[in-house]
Ligand binder design. Structure first.
Ligand SMILES: [Zn+2]
Length: 156
């Protein structure tokens, strides 16, 4: 494990300890890989994979907290689904852009609910600056900065 993955795991474990007690002890594999997104959480039944773009090496700890809180939100949400809900989810996720957008925004709302609204705001603002492509994509699929601020305030 390289030192970056080591740091990521520590940040992620800390969020689990504080906010996702239910995820304690589950198997999460962290993989660093160049791909077009910043990250992705995948579920393979018995274990979970969080893929992390190496560009995140340049992100601050606060921004990384926002990143992992969002990815862990996906894992928690998937864990809370029953068997048929999981099948329904996978089919919709694969074929419906609208559904993927819904899931992304719900994961953002979960991130805020568990107390990482400011961190989510920080990583989103940083991500917009990485490239125009990322900015456009994130604006189309995730909560806006305004919405993050709004829900974070409401959550206090
Ligand atoms: Zn996501």
């Amino acid at each position: 494990m390289n030192k970056h993955l080591d740091k990521y795991k520590k940040i992620s474990d800390n969020i689990i300890k504080k906010a996702f007690v239910d995820l304690k002890g589950i198997r999460i594999i962290y993989i660093e890989r160049k791909f077009k997104y910043f990250g992705k959480a995948l579920n393979f039944g018995f274990f979970n994979v969080v893929m992390i773009n190496p560009v995140l090496r340049t992100f601050s700890d606060k921004e990384l907290k926002g990143f992992f809180a969002h990815e862990l939100s996906h894992i928690q949400r998937h864990r809370d689904r029953g068997f048929f809900e999981k099948i329904f989810f996978i089919i919709n996720y694969l074929f419906s852009e609208k559904f993927r957008r819904w899931e992304e925004r719900e994961a953002d709302k979960t991130t805020i609910k568990i107390g990482y609204g400011n961190e989510l705001y920080a990583i989103m603002r940083k991500s917009y600056r990485i490239s125009k492509w990322h900015e456009k994509r994130l604006k189309a699929s995730r909560l806006s900065l305004k919405e993050i601020k709004f829900y974070t305030k409401k959550n206090k």
